[in-house]
Design a protein around this ligand. Sequence first.
Ligand SMILES: NC(=O)c1ccc[n+]([C@@H]2O[C@H](COP(=O)([O-])OP(=O)(O)OC[C@H]3O[C@@H](n4cnc5c(N)ncnc54)[C@H](OP(=O)(O)O)[C@@H]3O)[C@@H](O)[C@H]2O)c1
Length: 311
Amino acid sequence: MKRPILLVGKGGQVGSELAGLLPRLGEVVALGRAELDLAKPEEIREVIRRVQPELIVNAAAYTAVDQAEKEPSLAQAINSDAPEIMAMEGKKIGASLVHYSTDYVFDGTKNAPYLEDDPPNPLSVYGRTKLAGEQAIRSSGVSHLIFRTAWVYAAQGRNFLRTVLRLATQLDELRIVRDQYGAPTRNVEIAAATIAALAKITERSAGGDGFADLGGTYHKTAAGVTTWCDFAVAILQEASTTPASSSWLTSALGGLPLRARRVTPITTEEYPTPARRPAYSVLSNAKLAQVFGIELPDWRSQLHCAFSRTS
Ligand SMILES: NC(=O)c1ccc[n+]([C@@H]2O[C@H](COP(=O)([O-])OP(=O)(O)OC[C@H]3O[C@@H](n4cnc5c(N)ncnc54)[C@H](OP(=O)(O)O)[C@@H]3O)[C@@H](O)[C@H]2O)c1
C-alpha cells in the first residue's frame, strides 16, 4: 500500500492481533483509546485527515453487552457514530474501511445458520448500535469489508475463557447457560482471516478494484456450533489436560489449582442478564469460503490451539 493503514482499537482482543499482522501489508499507524477516543467525533476526523490512510481498520467497539443497556448513548457513539465518521472521512480521501460486527444483530429465532442478508432484528442496545454502525458504513458509499463475528475470546483480556478459568479456581461447580447456541471464535483466527482477505483484495486490485469486486458484508466465525455450557466443559477439559508447565495457563489460573469438577447446565431464565441475547446465533460462513476461499477451523480445535500456546 502506498499510504498507511490506520488501525483503531489496537488494545482489544482482535485489535492486538491485527497490530502484529497488519505490518505485513504495509506501514501501520496503530492507535488505542489513549491516542484516539472514539467518543470524540472531532478527534476521529482530525486523525484521519492527518494520517491520510489508504485503509482504516476499526477493531474498536463498545463490547460490554450488559453495560450497554445502561449506557445506550455511549454505545451508540462508539458502535455507530464513530464508524459512520470513519466511513465518511474515508470516502472523502479514497480510503477503504474494514469493520467488525456481531451475531447479536440477529434475534436468534431462525434455527439454521444465518446468512449475511437475513433480516436483522437485534434484541439489545449492543446489537442495535452495532447494526446501526453497519448500516451507516453501507450507506456512506465507502469501499468496505464488514466481518460479523461471534463469541470472541483470546488468551489474554476479559472474556468467557478467562472467566471460566478464574471461576474454576474458586468454585466446585460452575452453572452455565445451555440454551444459547453459537460459535466461539478466537481472536487469532479473526485477525488472520482478515489479513488473508485483504491480501486477496490487494491481489485483485492489481487488475482492477479489489474492494469493488470483493467488498461487502461477510460472516466470519469458527466452524461448528456449541453452547456456553459445552464451551465451558471443553475449557475445563483442556485446562485439566494441559501440562502444568504451561506458563500461560498458570497465569490464567492465578497460580491456583483447578477446583471445579462439575459444569451444571442451566437455562437463560435461570441466569437473567440486563441484555437479552439470541438463543441461536450461528452464522453461515459459506460466503467467506466461496468468495475468499477462507474457512476458519472449528471452535473445538481453535480452543485447543489457545491452550497450546507456550507463554
Ligand atoms: N467480544 C465479542 O464477544 C464479540 C462478539 C461479536 C463481535 N465482536 C466484534 O468484534 C470486534 C472486536 O471485538 P473485541 O472482542 O476485540 O473487543 P474488545 O476486546 O472489547 O476491544 C474493544 C476495543 O475497543 C476499544 N474502545 C472502546 N471504547 C473506546 C473509545 N471510546 N475510544 C477508543 N477505543 C475504544 C477498547 O479500548 P479499552 O481497552 O481502552 O477499553 C478495546 O481496545 C468489535 O467490533 C466487536 O463488536 C465482538
